[in-house]
Design a protein around this ligand. Structure first.
Ligand code: APR
Ligand code: ZN
Ligand code: ZN
Length: 355
């Protein structure tokens, strides 16, 4: 089968013939219909998320099950499913506590480019090929069933793929920011995940949403969702801080915007960090100000695939959450390099890659 292989950071991406093994216990094989392109794929391509090369990226997969491994009971061949970027083991302390987004065994393997069992099903000229959260920029992928959710028949739009990361991460972030009813919520960074956060925050009852970004293009999308918009490149720091929202959700993934989030939040308010800055970059927070303002700062990583994805799908089915609003453009597998460039240069929100 064909897969887009990242051989070196920032290097050439070649669509190559890759071997895929049959699913093992608890795994299924998907024929991929579409995979969303996330900023984390770009970060991995640039080596900022240092998955060992060579690897196949793509962790927002929508596909159809074509083969199932031993012991799979929740899915059958022919099911259309989406994949969460998190595949919980179901056995560790965090999974047992219901925090499957923090699964220890998933966390241990994801940055090494491996599945839950520490290996992958892909072979490139006989050698094991790594993946980033699923290996979706490909024709087929073998995935642990714990990360999958069935797509109801009523949903046919391929943009459902983006629920697997942007949708889920936004849902998890708003869950962590609750209660939101009656509150003013600022969302910093309105790319794929930010557009998802805005929609969930509206659903959760936010009184007003203030979108902050440096791209007018991205802000235009946020305004269409009813948000008040601020371009932080042309608005003074003081003016942004005057907004003093009750809740700030940081989704740009820079230390600068994390600092902004802490400075802008109202007394007694809550800051939720969602974006992922470079792992070796620190943020400057003034302890005295955190104390005097009595604020809460919390991190939010993804969401719980088996609990949240089915719930999210209900909102999509009813047209309340619109994944299509996150998708700007479609690309073929061969066009992945162009899609990465478009994302890096801010020309698209989410791109959908069709094998
Ligand atoms: N101030 C405000 N907005 C910013 C800034 C900044 N200094 N820098 C970047 N942004 C905006 C970009 O203009 C863009 O609209 O943040 C947005 C990021 O969106 P995407 O590139 O689509 O990234 P997304 O996939 O939404 O992920 C956001 O979460 O999962 C992590 O690694 C991911 O850190 C990234 C973040
Ligand atoms: Zn992602
Ligand atoms: Zn676990």
């Amino acid at each position: 089968m064909k897969a887009a292989v990242i051989r070196n950071y920032n290097g050439e991406i070649s669509v190559q013939d890759v071997e895929v093994e049959r699913p093992r216990r608890g795994e299924v094989m998907l024929k991929i219909i579409a995979t969303g392109l996330c900023h984390s794929d770009l970060s991995a391509y640039e080596g900022k998320i240092p998955v060992p090369t060579p690897f196949v990226a793509g962790h927002e997969i929508f596909g159809e099950i074509v083969d199932i491994g031993e012991g799979v009971t929740n899915f059958s061949v022919g099911d259309r499913v989406i994949m969460a970027f998190i595949k919980p083991c179901g056995k560790c302390e965090y999974c047992v506590k219901g925090q499957e987004n923090l699964c220890e065994n998933y966390g241990k393997n994801v940055l090494r480019g491996k599945m839950l069992d520490g290996t992958t099903r892909l072979r490139l000229r006989g050698a094991e090929l790594n993946i980033l959260g699923g290996g979706g920029f490909s024709e087929y992928a073998v995935i642990e069933e714990t990360g999958l959710a069935k797509v109801p028949n009523e949903i046919s739009d391929e943009s459902i793929a983006v629920l697997g990361c942007a949708g889920l991460t936004g849902y998890g972030a708003v869950n962590n920011a609750m209660p939101i009813f009656g509150k003013r919520v600022m969302v910093i960074g309105v790319g794929g995940v930010g557009m998802s956060v805005i929609q969930w925050a509206k659903i959760a009852g936010a009184r007003e949403i203030i979108a902050v970004d440096i791209s007018d293009e991205k802000l235009k999308n946020a305004r269409e969702l009813g948000a008040k918009i601020i371009n932080s490149n042309i608005t003074s720091k003081e003016q942004v801080e005057n907004e003093s929202p009750d809740v700030v959700i940081e989704v740009a993934g820079t230390t600068k915007t994390e600092e902004m989030a802490v400075n802008v939040v109202k007394k007694g308010g809550k800051v939720v960090f969602v974006g992922l800055p470079n792992v070796n970059e620190a943020v400057r927070i003034y302890g005295a100000s955190v104390v005097r303002k009595g604020i809460t700062i919390t991190g939010s990583y993804g969401g719980r695939p088996r609990i949240d994805l089915p719930a999210m799908m209900e909102y999509v089915k009813k047209g309340i959450f619109r994944p299509d609003l996150l998708v700007s453009k479609r690309y073929s597998l061969e066009e992945l390099p162009r899609a990465l460039r478009d994302l890096a240069e801010g020309r698209i929100v989410r791109g959908l890659i069709n094998p």
